[in-house]
Design a protein around this ligand. Structure first.
Ligand SMILES: [Zn+2]
Ligand SMILES: [Zn+2]
Length: 232
């Protein structure tokens, strides 16, 4: 039994199993030895695949998004998570992702439609909402939503721009994008009580977003490192 994975197939060389013994079906240890022989290959391949998975977050504009907005997010994600960001060509907003009110888009429908197996941050200038039974609201406008864990999240600039200077809007946008990507990387809402931590639950309040900083508390940082291997 191998007690830890490794990224090299070279250990197979040290195994003292003759091929002629392995291919002899009369050998009572035939299957067992085949398993032992193949296991390192299997571990090496799976380990190498995970070790060399490209650290990329794709930015997917949904509808028109200002280039300066995407460049800002790209730079912030690359600086904070040390992942390369690649901006994808714009996708059209379609009626099937509209919320029931037809006045804005439904975030769960967006995630469901565009869920990707690659890390993807969907950016839109359209307003987005979710149905929130807890608040007895048919639709609840939100800043962003992300699978936790997962690979896809969506952020709308619509509410972040309201009553904000350019500087304040940019500050909000960066924090919300890093927050939703944090969910994709497996982080739940922060429970440390550190008001600076960007993984705090904003509960739909822009004041909470403004109170946070571009900062992960030690608890969230530790969880990100142990859970996803992203050690900042
Ligand atoms: Zn935290
Ligand atoms: Zn959240």
């Amino acid at each position: 039994m191998l007690d830890k994975p490794y990224c090299s197939a070279t250990l197979i060389i040290n195994r003292r199993i003759k091929f002629s013994q392995l291919v002899n079906p009369q050998n009572s240890f035939y299957l067992l030895k085949m398993k032992r022989l193949l296991l390192p290959f299997y571990l090496a391949i799976t380990c190498c695949l995970s070790c060399h998975r490209p650290k990329v977050v794709y930015i997917q504009p949904l509808g028109h998004v200002e280039e300066s907005t995407m460049n800002l997010v790209k730079a912030a994600v690359e600086k904070f998570y040390h992942y390369k960001c690649i901006v994808k060509p714009e996708l059209s907003s379609t009626n099937d992702i509209l919320a029931d009110s037809k006045t804005r888009y439904e975030a769960n429908r967006i995630l469901s439609k565009f869920n990707s197996n690659e890390n993807t941050l969907i950016l839109t200038e359209q307003d987005i909402a979710v149905v929130n039974p807890e608040r007895h609201s048919k639709e609840w406008g939100i800043f962003g939503l992300g699978y936790q864990p997962g690979t896809t999240c969506v952020v709308s600039v619509f509410r972040l721009k309201q009553n904000a200077s350019i500087a304040l809007f940019h500050d909000r946008l960066i924090k919300v994008c890093l927050h939703e990507i944090g969910h994709n990387f497996g982080l739940p809402h922060c429970t440390s009580g550190d008001t600076r931590c960007l993984m705090r639950d904003a509960k739909g309040s822009i004041k909470e977003v403004d109170q946070a900083q571009v900062f992960l508390c030690p608890q969230c940082r530790k969880q990100l490192c142990s859970g996803s291997g992203i050690c900042l």
